[in-house]
Design a protein around this ligand. Sequence first.
Ligand code: SAM
Length: 376
Amino acid sequence: MHTYFFQLGTTSKLSFAELVSVVDEQSLEKITDQIISLETKDDLDVQELQNRLGGCVKILQSLTVLLAVTPRDIAEAIAVHAAEGRINFAFGEFNRGEEDKIDAGEIKKELVLLGRSARFVDGNRSGISAAVLLHQHKVQEFIVVTTPSSSYLTRTVAVQNIDDWTVRDRKKPYADRKKGMLPPKVARMLLNINRSFDESEKRVVLDPFCGSGNILLENAVLDDAGVGIDLDKNSVTGTIDNLRWFSETYQKPHNQQVHLGDATHVPEQVSHIITAIVTEPFLGRPKPKPEQVPDIFRGLEKLYLGAFKNWKTFLPNGAPVTIVFPHTTVKDVEFNMDHLIDKLLPLGYTTVSGPLKYSRPDAIVSRSIYTFILKK
Ligand SMILES: C[S@@+](CC[C@H](N)C(=O)[O-])C[C@H]1O[C@@H](n2cnc3c(N)ncnc32)[C@H](O)[C@@H]1O
């Protein structure tokens, strides 16, 4: 049996939903909101899994269960599992509650007493950040993970390639930040969740409010076909430019098409090939005045209902729709799309995931992510 631990990003509920959609749920166990364990018979392709997930920061593999969590025991275990020669290591610990921090300097001393030459790279209590570790090819990171039953000595076996995520977030030619853009990692999480419900033989994802095309770009990374629609000409040409840039940068075809169009009247030329929808629709102004909020939410509800009615006409039975809905609180009154969701059920849309909350730190309007399955 192999034991792995996934360290999730800050949007841990959303990241967990993504992990569950990619890995067999039954073998996952939540240790904390951000640390998830996985028991498996087979070795995992950790790099492939890390590259697929938007919400996972690091993957750790258990080396051994520690009988006692002392510098001596940890050093002995490291000495067994580290390659020959000098041990260049970082150290961290997860979920040790009120226990004193383990002194990595003591581990180094014990390694020397065991006859091993060692160098310790300082980090914080949970180890060194993924962004730094990514570039420290000679450093092995060891992390003690404490679960209700045991303490494991683990090694970090994959880290998020933050440089690559930043390229798609910041370097693409077109970005309309005023309209609001989905961070690439969140776009990826939405796609992974949606994908797990798509039973079609030839997946084609529609983003009917494509904006700058962040969902289509992540869809291209996943090698799935996609279609984008937007009412705004600049968004359409901008998304086409972004996809061209993607193919040049990553040296691979993107397999996405983009059209000018209305999300509530998806053009027939593309609607018949669609098997799933993943979208962050128009959410209203990012900073509405409190007195405008009721009208804005009424308008959005009408827009979304019109769109869901149109999508029902062409989506195949069982098609998943993953969508971001806005919510906000004004003077203790909550505004959300609960009313709309009640209207979706009679149309055939059943909620299978959500609400998963996602919010930028200073946002007035927060986001809730839902996945519906259309039963026809
Ligand atoms: C929040 S933005 C989408 C941002 C996108 N998720 C991204 O990451 O770039 C919403 C987009 O919906 C478009 N839009 C608004 N109403 C629409 C409609 N009825 N049909 C199609 N697109 C619409 C806007 O032009 C805008 O580009």
